[in-house]
Design a protein around this ligand. Structure first.
Ligand code: NAD
Length: 389
Protein backbone atom coordinates (compact mmCIF):
# COMPACT_ATOMS: atom_id res chain seq x y z
CA UNK A 1 0.00 0.00 0.00
CA UNK A 2 2.96 2.30 -0.47
CA UNK A 3 1.82 3.65 -3.80
CA UNK A 4 -0.04 6.91 -4.21
CA UNK A 5 -3.50 5.92 -3.11
CA UNK A 6 -6.86 7.27 -4.01
CA UNK A 7 -9.08 8.91 -1.42
CA UNK A 8 -11.58 6.08 -1.83
CA UNK A 9 -8.99 3.34 -1.29
CA UNK A 10 -7.48 5.04 1.74
CA UNK A 11 -10.87 5.48 3.38
CA UNK A 12 -11.72 1.85 2.65
CA UNK A 13 -8.45 0.59 4.05
CA UNK A 14 -8.41 2.67 7.22
CA UNK A 15 -12.15 2.81 7.81
CA UNK A 16 -11.52 5.47 10.41
CA UNK A 17 -13.44 8.54 11.44
CA UNK A 18 -11.82 11.72 10.28
CA UNK A 19 -9.81 9.98 7.59
CA UNK A 20 -11.22 12.29 4.95
CA UNK A 21 -9.70 15.22 6.79
CA UNK A 22 -6.34 13.49 6.91
CA UNK A 23 -6.39 12.67 3.23
CA UNK A 24 -7.28 16.21 2.29
CA UNK A 25 -4.50 17.52 4.55
CA UNK A 26 -2.02 15.11 2.89
CA UNK A 27 -3.14 16.05 -0.59
CA UNK A 28 -3.02 19.71 0.34
CA UNK A 29 0.55 19.43 1.57
CA UNK A 30 1.67 17.57 -1.54
CA UNK A 31 -0.09 19.92 -3.92
CA UNK A 32 1.00 23.20 -2.43
CA UNK A 33 4.57 22.37 -1.53
CA UNK A 34 5.88 20.61 -4.62
CA UNK A 35 9.49 21.65 -4.17
CA UNK A 36 9.46 22.27 -0.43
CA UNK A 37 11.25 19.89 1.90
CA UNK A 38 9.59 18.65 5.06
CA UNK A 39 11.18 20.52 7.96
CA UNK A 40 11.93 18.10 10.77
CA UNK A 41 12.81 18.72 14.42
CA UNK A 42 14.49 15.95 16.40
CA UNK A 43 13.98 15.86 20.17
CA UNK A 44 16.32 13.58 22.12
CA UNK A 45 19.90 13.46 20.89
CA UNK A 46 21.06 10.29 22.66
CA UNK A 47 21.97 6.80 21.48
CA UNK A 48 19.24 6.19 18.90
CA UNK A 49 19.70 9.60 17.28
CA UNK A 50 22.93 8.16 15.84
CA UNK A 51 20.73 5.84 13.77
CA UNK A 52 17.97 8.32 12.96
CA UNK A 53 20.03 11.32 11.88
CA UNK A 54 21.85 9.63 8.96
CA UNK A 55 18.47 8.26 7.76
CA UNK A 56 16.79 11.67 7.90
CA UNK A 57 19.78 13.45 6.36
CA UNK A 58 19.88 10.96 3.49
CA UNK A 59 16.43 12.03 2.31
CA UNK A 60 16.07 14.54 -0.50
CA UNK A 61 12.60 15.37 0.80
CA UNK A 62 13.56 16.17 4.38
CA UNK A 63 15.51 18.93 6.06
CA UNK A 64 16.47 18.63 9.74
CA UNK A 65 16.07 22.19 11.01
CA UNK A 66 16.08 21.72 14.81
CA UNK A 67 17.81 19.53 17.36
CA UNK A 68 16.76 19.54 21.01
CA UNK A 69 17.96 17.84 24.18
CA UNK A 70 17.64 18.76 27.84
CA UNK A 71 21.28 17.70 28.00
CA UNK A 72 21.98 20.59 25.68
CA UNK A 73 25.56 19.60 24.89
CA UNK A 74 24.13 16.51 23.16
CA UNK A 75 22.11 18.67 20.74
CA UNK A 76 25.24 20.70 20.01
CA UNK A 77 27.35 17.56 19.69
CA UNK A 78 25.03 15.79 17.23
CA UNK A 79 24.66 18.99 15.18
CA UNK A 80 28.41 19.01 14.72
CA UNK A 81 28.95 15.26 14.43
CA UNK A 82 26.46 14.89 11.55
CA UNK A 83 26.94 18.35 9.98
CA UNK A 84 23.23 18.96 10.40
CA UNK A 85 23.41 22.75 10.38
CA UNK A 86 20.25 22.91 12.51
CA UNK A 87 19.16 25.29 15.27
CA UNK A 88 19.69 23.74 18.70
CA UNK A 89 17.47 24.02 21.77
CA UNK A 90 17.59 22.96 25.45
CA UNK A 91 13.85 22.19 25.75
CA UNK A 92 10.70 21.65 23.68
CA UNK A 93 9.12 25.02 24.51
CA UNK A 94 12.15 26.88 23.16
CA UNK A 95 12.11 24.64 20.08
CA UNK A 96 8.40 25.21 19.40
CA UNK A 97 9.01 28.98 19.71
CA UNK A 98 12.08 28.75 17.47
CA UNK A 99 12.48 28.16 13.74
CA UNK A 100 9.31 26.76 12.13
CA UNK A 101 9.10 23.03 11.38
CA UNK A 102 6.52 20.54 10.11
CA UNK A 103 7.24 17.28 11.95
CA UNK A 104 8.76 16.34 15.29
CA UNK A 105 10.73 13.14 15.72
CA UNK A 106 10.63 12.03 19.36
CA UNK A 107 13.69 10.09 20.54
CA UNK A 108 13.73 10.84 24.26
CA UNK A 109 13.31 8.67 27.36
CA UNK A 110 10.22 6.48 26.88
CA UNK A 111 8.33 8.03 29.81
CA UNK A 112 8.49 11.52 28.22
CA UNK A 113 7.03 10.62 24.82
CA UNK A 114 3.37 11.26 25.70
CA UNK A 115 3.80 14.77 27.08
CA UNK A 116 6.24 15.85 24.36
CA UNK A 117 4.11 14.40 21.55
CA UNK A 118 1.08 16.24 22.98
CA UNK A 119 2.88 19.58 22.98
CA UNK A 120 3.98 19.12 19.39
CA UNK A 121 0.53 18.02 18.18
CA UNK A 122 -1.11 20.94 20.00
CA UNK A 123 1.33 23.21 18.15
CA UNK A 124 0.11 21.71 14.85
CA UNK A 125 3.14 19.50 14.14
CA UNK A 126 3.12 16.02 12.63
CA UNK A 127 4.84 13.53 14.96
CA UNK A 128 6.88 10.38 14.56
CA UNK A 129 7.49 8.90 18.00
CA UNK A 130 9.85 6.19 19.11
CA UNK A 131 8.04 3.54 21.11
CA UNK A 132 5.92 3.80 23.09
CA UNK A 133 3.91 6.65 21.55
CA UNK A 134 2.45 7.38 25.02
CA UNK A 135 2.55 5.88 28.51
CA UNK A 136 -0.91 4.34 28.41
CA UNK A 137 -3.41 3.26 25.78
CA UNK A 138 -5.83 5.98 26.94
CA UNK A 139 -3.14 8.65 26.59
CA UNK A 140 -2.16 7.33 23.14
CA UNK A 141 -5.78 7.24 21.95
CA UNK A 142 -6.38 10.79 23.22
CA UNK A 143 -3.25 11.93 21.35
CA UNK A 144 -4.45 10.28 18.15
CA UNK A 145 -7.86 11.96 18.50
CA UNK A 146 -6.09 15.27 19.12
CA UNK A 147 -3.88 14.77 16.05
CA UNK A 148 -6.95 14.06 13.92
CA UNK A 149 -8.69 17.18 15.22
CA UNK A 150 -5.58 19.23 14.43
CA UNK A 151 -5.32 17.56 10.99
CA UNK A 152 -1.76 16.41 11.59
CA UNK A 153 -0.30 12.91 11.28
CA UNK A 154 0.94 10.89 14.25
CA UNK A 155 2.89 7.64 14.00
CA UNK A 156 4.70 5.37 16.45
CA UNK A 157 7.63 2.99 16.07
CA UNK A 158 8.49 0.28 15.20
CA UNK A 159 8.74 0.05 11.41
CA UNK A 160 8.81 -3.76 11.18
CA UNK A 161 5.90 -3.90 8.70
CA UNK A 162 8.17 -2.22 6.14
CA UNK A 163 10.55 -5.12 5.61
CA UNK A 164 10.31 -7.31 2.49
CA UNK A 165 10.38 -10.28 4.87
CA UNK A 166 7.24 -9.05 6.63
CA UNK A 167 5.58 -8.63 3.22
CA UNK A 168 6.69 -12.13 2.20
CA UNK A 169 5.40 -13.74 5.39
CA UNK A 170 2.15 -11.80 5.13
CA UNK A 171 1.64 -12.93 1.53
CA UNK A 172 2.47 -16.55 2.41
CA UNK A 173 -0.17 -16.49 5.16
CA UNK A 174 -2.78 -14.66 3.08
CA UNK A 175 -2.31 -17.11 0.19
CA UNK A 176 -3.04 -19.96 2.59
CA UNK A 177 0.32 -21.68 2.08
CA UNK A 178 0.59 -22.54 5.78
CA UNK A 179 -2.94 -23.98 5.83
CA UNK A 180 -5.03 -23.42 8.92
CA UNK A 181 -2.95 -21.18 11.22
CA UNK A 182 -2.54 -22.25 14.84
CA UNK A 183 0.46 -20.92 16.71
CA UNK A 184 3.29 -18.42 16.55
CA UNK A 185 6.23 -17.36 18.68
CA UNK A 186 8.50 -14.32 18.78
CA UNK A 187 11.43 -13.52 21.01
CA UNK A 188 13.82 -10.66 21.48
CA UNK A 189 16.22 -9.90 24.27
CA UNK A 190 19.71 -8.86 25.19
CA UNK A 191 21.44 -8.05 28.45
CA UNK A 192 19.87 -4.58 28.65
CA UNK A 193 20.95 -1.02 27.86
CA UNK A 194 23.81 0.22 30.02
CA UNK A 195 23.54 3.93 29.34
CA UNK A 196 20.22 5.22 30.73
CA UNK A 197 18.14 4.46 33.80
CA UNK A 198 14.77 5.13 32.15
CA UNK A 199 14.77 1.67 30.55
CA UNK A 200 14.42 0.20 34.09
CA UNK A 201 12.19 2.84 35.70
CA UNK A 202 8.38 2.76 35.95
CA UNK A 203 6.93 2.98 32.43
CA UNK A 204 10.08 1.41 30.98
CA UNK A 205 10.84 -2.29 30.76
CA UNK A 206 11.67 -4.87 28.14
CA UNK A 207 8.14 -4.92 26.69
CA UNK A 208 8.02 -1.31 25.39
CA UNK A 209 11.71 -1.43 24.47
CA UNK A 210 12.13 -4.89 22.91
CA UNK A 211 8.97 -7.03 22.95
CA UNK A 212 7.19 -4.26 21.08
CA UNK A 213 8.87 -5.41 17.83
CA UNK A 214 7.53 -8.98 18.12
CA UNK A 215 4.10 -7.74 19.21
CA UNK A 216 3.94 -5.53 16.12
CA UNK A 217 5.12 -8.37 13.87
CA UNK A 218 2.81 -11.06 15.24
CA UNK A 219 -0.31 -8.86 15.33
CA UNK A 220 0.67 -7.49 11.91
CA UNK A 221 0.80 -11.03 10.50
CA UNK A 222 -1.98 -12.74 12.48
CA UNK A 223 -4.36 -9.84 13.05
CA UNK A 224 -5.36 -7.87 16.15
CA UNK A 225 -5.25 -9.67 19.50
CA UNK A 226 -8.55 -10.11 21.33
CA UNK A 227 -7.05 -10.82 24.74
CA UNK A 228 -3.74 -11.09 26.59
CA UNK A 229 -2.36 -13.20 29.43
CA UNK A 230 1.11 -12.51 30.73
CA UNK A 231 3.71 -13.25 33.35
CA UNK A 232 6.29 -10.54 34.03
CA UNK A 233 9.16 -10.55 36.45
CA UNK A 234 12.23 -8.67 37.56
CA UNK A 235 15.21 -10.98 37.38
CA UNK A 236 17.89 -8.43 38.26
CA UNK A 237 16.59 -6.01 40.94
CA UNK A 238 19.62 -3.70 40.76
CA UNK A 239 21.62 -2.37 37.85
CA UNK A 240 24.42 0.10 37.29
CA UNK A 241 23.86 2.54 34.44
CA UNK A 242 25.93 5.40 33.05
CA UNK A 243 23.59 8.29 33.87
CA UNK A 244 22.52 7.41 37.43
CA UNK A 245 24.96 4.81 38.75
CA UNK A 246 23.38 2.05 40.86
CA UNK A 247 19.58 1.96 40.45
CA UNK A 248 16.64 -0.13 41.59
CA UNK A 249 14.90 -1.89 38.68
CA UNK A 250 11.17 -1.01 38.79
CA UNK A 251 9.90 -2.25 35.40
CA UNK A 252 9.83 -5.86 34.25
CA UNK A 253 13.05 -7.15 32.73
CA UNK A 254 11.56 -10.54 31.83
CA UNK A 255 8.20 -11.00 30.08
CA UNK A 256 6.09 -13.78 28.57
CA UNK A 257 2.84 -12.90 26.82
CA UNK A 258 0.13 -15.04 25.26
CA UNK A 259 -1.99 -13.29 22.63
CA UNK A 260 -5.37 -14.63 21.52
CA UNK A 261 -6.08 -13.78 17.88
CA UNK A 262 -9.15 -14.53 15.78
CA UNK A 263 -10.10 -18.13 14.82
CA UNK A 264 -8.30 -19.79 17.74
CA UNK A 265 -4.81 -18.61 16.73
CA UNK A 266 -2.51 -18.12 19.75
CA UNK A 267 0.87 -16.40 19.69
CA UNK A 268 3.56 -16.07 22.31
CA UNK A 269 6.11 -13.31 22.85
CA UNK A 270 9.06 -13.53 25.17
CA UNK A 271 11.42 -10.64 25.80
CA UNK A 272 13.85 -9.51 28.42
CA UNK A 273 16.95 -7.69 29.54
CA UNK A 274 18.70 -10.84 30.78
CA UNK A 275 19.04 -12.74 27.52
CA UNK A 276 22.59 -13.57 26.52
CA UNK A 277 22.59 -12.87 22.79
CA UNK A 278 25.70 -11.63 20.99
CA UNK A 279 23.37 -10.53 18.14
CA UNK A 280 21.09 -8.45 20.38
CA UNK A 281 22.22 -5.09 18.94
CA UNK A 282 23.97 -6.01 15.69
CA UNK A 283 22.34 -8.93 13.91
CA UNK A 284 23.37 -8.75 10.26
CA UNK A 285 25.04 -12.17 10.53
CA UNK A 286 22.43 -13.89 12.72
CA UNK A 287 21.53 -17.17 11.02
CA UNK A 288 19.05 -18.42 13.63
CA UNK A 289 15.38 -17.49 13.70
CA UNK A 290 13.49 -15.37 16.24
CA UNK A 291 9.92 -15.60 14.88
CA UNK A 292 8.09 -18.79 13.93
CA UNK A 293 4.59 -19.30 12.58
CA UNK A 294 2.83 -22.68 12.40
CA UNK A 295 -0.14 -23.78 10.32
CA UNK A 296 -1.36 -27.31 9.59
CA UNK A 297 0.27 -27.46 6.16
CA UNK A 298 3.34 -25.30 6.58
CA UNK A 299 5.54 -23.32 8.90
CA UNK A 300 7.98 -20.45 8.51
CA UNK A 301 10.77 -18.90 10.51
CA UNK A 302 12.11 -15.39 10.25
CA UNK A 303 15.91 -15.55 10.25
CA UNK A 304 17.52 -12.75 12.23
CA UNK A 305 15.02 -10.45 13.90
CA UNK A 306 12.02 -8.48 12.72
CA UNK A 307 14.18 -5.33 13.01
CA UNK A 308 17.12 -7.02 11.21
CA UNK A 309 15.60 -9.41 8.70
CA UNK A 310 18.03 -11.89 7.14
CA UNK A 311 15.56 -14.19 5.37
CA UNK A 312 12.60 -16.53 5.84
CA UNK A 313 12.77 -20.32 6.03
CA UNK A 314 9.60 -21.83 4.59
CA UNK A 315 8.67 -25.46 5.14
CA UNK A 316 5.59 -26.72 3.30
CA UNK A 317 6.66 -30.17 2.13
CA UNK A 318 6.70 -33.63 3.76
CA UNK A 319 9.58 -34.80 1.55
CA UNK A 320 11.58 -31.75 0.45
CA UNK A 321 13.84 -29.76 2.77
CA UNK A 322 12.73 -26.35 4.06
CA UNK A 323 13.90 -23.47 1.87
CA UNK A 324 15.65 -20.24 2.83
CA UNK A 325 13.82 -17.54 0.87
CA UNK A 326 13.51 -13.76 0.75
CA UNK A 327 17.05 -12.95 1.90
CA UNK A 328 17.19 -9.47 0.32
CA UNK A 329 16.44 -6.68 2.80
CA UNK A 330 15.60 -4.35 -0.07
CA UNK A 331 17.12 -1.40 1.78
CA UNK A 332 14.91 -1.88 4.86
CA UNK A 333 16.43 -0.58 8.10
CA UNK A 334 14.61 -0.59 11.44
CA UNK A 335 15.43 3.08 11.98
CA UNK A 336 13.70 4.21 8.78
CA UNK A 337 10.25 4.98 10.24
CA UNK A 338 10.61 8.74 10.65
CA UNK A 339 12.13 9.13 7.19
CA UNK A 340 9.52 6.96 5.51
CA UNK A 341 6.54 8.60 7.21
CA UNK A 342 8.04 12.07 6.67
CA UNK A 343 8.50 11.34 2.98
CA UNK A 344 4.93 10.04 2.79
CA UNK A 345 3.69 13.45 3.92
CA UNK A 346 5.67 15.16 1.15
CA UNK A 347 4.61 12.64 -1.49
CA UNK A 348 0.96 12.49 -0.43
CA UNK A 349 1.15 8.71 -0.01
CA UNK A 350 -0.02 6.49 2.81
CA UNK A 351 2.81 4.49 4.44
CA UNK A 352 2.44 0.87 5.57
CA UNK A 353 3.13 1.89 9.16
CA UNK A 354 -0.21 2.49 10.83
CA UNK A 355 -0.81 4.47 14.01
CA UNK A 356 -3.74 2.30 15.09
CA UNK A 357 -1.42 -0.71 14.94
CA UNK A 358 1.06 1.06 17.27
CA UNK A 359 -1.83 1.96 19.57
CA UNK A 360 -2.97 -1.68 19.63
CA UNK A 361 0.53 -2.78 20.66
CA UNK A 362 0.48 -0.17 23.42
CA UNK A 363 -2.81 -1.62 24.68
CA UNK A 364 -1.22 -5.11 24.65
CA UNK A 365 1.70 -3.88 26.79
CA UNK A 366 -0.64 -2.27 29.30
CA UNK A 367 -2.87 -5.36 29.35
CA UNK A 368 0.16 -7.60 29.96
CA UNK A 369 1.08 -5.54 33.02
CA UNK A 370 -2.48 -5.85 34.30
CA UNK A 371 -2.66 -9.57 33.56
CA UNK A 372 0.59 -10.27 35.37
CA UNK A 373 -0.49 -8.21 38.38
CA UNK A 374 -3.94 -9.83 38.67
CA UNK A 375 -3.49 -13.29 37.15
CA UNK A 376 -6.43 -12.49 34.86
CA UNK A 377 -6.92 -12.72 31.10
CA UNK A 378 -7.36 -9.14 29.86
CA UNK A 379 -9.69 -8.33 26.97
CA UNK A 380 -8.56 -5.76 24.40
CA UNK A 381 -10.74 -3.21 22.63
CA UNK A 382 -8.47 -1.75 19.97
CA UNK A 383 -8.15 -2.92 16.37
CA UNK A 384 -6.30 -1.77 13.28
CA UNK A 385 -6.74 -2.18 9.52
CA UNK A 386 -5.66 -5.74 8.68
CA UNK A 387 -4.16 -7.37 6.63
CA UNK A 388 -1.58 -4.62 6.62
CA UNK A 389 0.17 -5.14 3.26
N1 NAD B 1 19.36 3.14 21.61
C1 NAD B 1 18.84 2.29 20.74
O1 NAD B 1 19.53 1.47 20.11
C2 NAD B 1 17.34 2.32 20.46
C3 NAD B 1 16.86 1.54 19.40
C4 NAD B 1 15.52 1.61 19.08
C5 NAD B 1 14.70 2.44 19.80
N2 NAD B 1 15.17 3.16 20.84
C6 NAD B 1 14.24 4.03 21.58
O2 NAD B 1 14.66 5.38 21.43
C7 NAD B 1 14.31 6.13 22.59
C8 NAD B 1 15.57 6.79 23.15
O3 NAD B 1 16.50 5.77 23.50
P1 NAD B 1 18.05 6.09 23.57
O4 NAD B 1 18.72 4.79 23.72
O5 NAD B 1 18.45 7.00 22.46
O6 NAD B 1 18.12 6.85 24.98
P2 NAD B 1 19.23 7.90 25.45
O7 NAD B 1 19.15 7.98 26.93
O8 NAD B 1 20.55 7.55 24.83
O9 NAD B 1 18.73 9.26 24.81
C9 NAD B 1 17.57 9.93 25.23
C10 NAD B 1 17.84 11.42 25.15
O10 NAD B 1 16.62 12.13 25.39
C11 NAD B 1 16.95 13.28 26.16
N3 NAD B 1 15.73 13.76 26.82
C12 NAD B 1 15.07 13.19 27.86
N4 NAD B 1 13.99 13.94 28.18
C13 NAD B 1 13.97 14.98 27.33
C14 NAD B 1 13.09 16.09 27.17
N5 NAD B 1 12.03 16.27 27.97
N6 NAD B 1 13.37 16.98 26.20
C15 NAD B 1 14.46 16.83 25.40
N7 NAD B 1 15.32 15.80 25.51
C16 NAD B 1 15.08 14.89 26.47
C17 NAD B 1 18.01 12.79 27.13
O11 NAD B 1 18.74 13.87 27.68
C18 NAD B 1 18.85 11.89 26.22
O12 NAD B 1 19.90 12.60 25.60
C19 NAD B 1 13.62 5.16 23.54
O13 NAD B 1 12.24 5.21 23.32
C20 NAD B 1 14.15 3.81 23.09
O14 NAD B 1 13.25 2.75 23.38
C21 NAD B 1 16.48 3.13 21.18
Amino acid sequence: MNEKISREKFLKVTGMAGAALLVSSLEGWAATTADKKLKVAVIGCGSVSNRYLPQLLSSKLIEVVSLCDIKYDRALGQNKQYNVNAQTYPNIDAMLAGVPFDMMVTLTDMQKHGELNKKAILAGKHVWSEKPMANTYAEGKALLDLARSKKVRFWGAPAVVNSPQFAFMNKTIQEGKLGRLASAHGQYGHTGPTWSAFFYEKGGGSMPDLGVYNMATLTGLLGPAKSVMAMLSIVKPERTVDDKGKIKVEAEDNAHLLLEHDKGVISHVMCGFNFFDPHGHEAGTQSLHSIQIYGDSGNMRLIGYDWETNGVVLDTSWDKPAELLCTDKGGYEWQEGARVTGESIVNGTEPKINVEHALHVLEIIEAARKSSATGMKIKLKSKFPWPMV
